[in-house]
Structures are given as C-alpha cells and as structure tokens.
Design a protein around this ligand. Structure first.
Ligand SMILES: [Zn+2]
Length: 126
C-alpha cells in the first residue's frame, strides 16, 4: 500500500525545491538585473502568486491523472458488478488559487444503461 500521508521531512524537501524555483521565476519576470525602483511590492506579489497558482494547478492535475490511472481500464458496475470500460469526462474543479480541469474517470454499464464514478482516493475521507 502506498503512503497515504506525506511526511514532514518530505514536505520540507518539496518546499525547498519549490523555493529554488523562485529564482527562476524572479529572473523570468524581471530579467537578470531584477526589478528597478519603479516596481512595487504588489507587482512582485502578483508574480509570486501567479507562479504559486501555476505550480499548484499543474501539480494537482498531474497527481489526479496519476491517481486515476490506478483504477485501470475497467471497473465493476456498482449495480450489477459487470466489469465496464472506464473513460473520462472533463470537470472543472476548484482548488487553492484557481481551478483545474479534472479528467474524471467515468464508467459506463451497457447492461444497466448508466454511468458511474469509480471511487477515488481523494474523495474518500481521511
Ligand atoms: Zn450494471
């Protein structure tokens, strides 16, 4: 069973990794010499927040896609238990700092003529 909770050590490593990307974002936004005296803190915060939102959205989309792949190509129909093909439907999902497109796994049972949503870890409590 893969780990369900991320350890504090792992979270610190991830924070340091992302903090290093701040140098790249700063250089991309204001060049090698940095902002001149006319750039205020609000503009700098806008750059930092935009970078953080992009990182957040991309990370979550990738993790959710990877998790959805764990379901495999077929899942049992919740009514008749027949193994059914699993496709996906795009669904906007609100996350911290914006929205992402979630390619939500959807099964279709031809016998019951119904769609169903296979259970996914992030929807389960705890
Ligand atoms: Zn069915």
């Amino acid at each position: 069973m893969p780990q369900r909770k991320i350890t504090a050590v792992k979270l610190r490593e991830i924070h340091e990794l992302a903090a290093g990307w701040g140098k790249i974002v700063a250089r991309r936004a204001f060049g090698d010499d940095g902002p001149d005296l006319g750039v205020d803190l609000t503009a700098m915060e806008q750059v930092a927040a935009t970078a953080a939102n992009g990182l957040n959205q991309s990370t979550l989309e990738i993790l959710l896609q990877q998790q959805a792949r764990c379901l495999g190509a077929q899942q049992p129909c919740p009514d008749c238990r027949r193994l059914c093909l699993v496709g996906s439907e795009d669904r906007p999902l609100a996350v911290q700092g914006g929205r992402i497109t979630y390619h939500e796994p959807v099964g279709h049972c031809p016998d019951c003529r119904r769609d169903f949503f296979p259970p996914q870890g992030f929807l389960a409590p705890g």
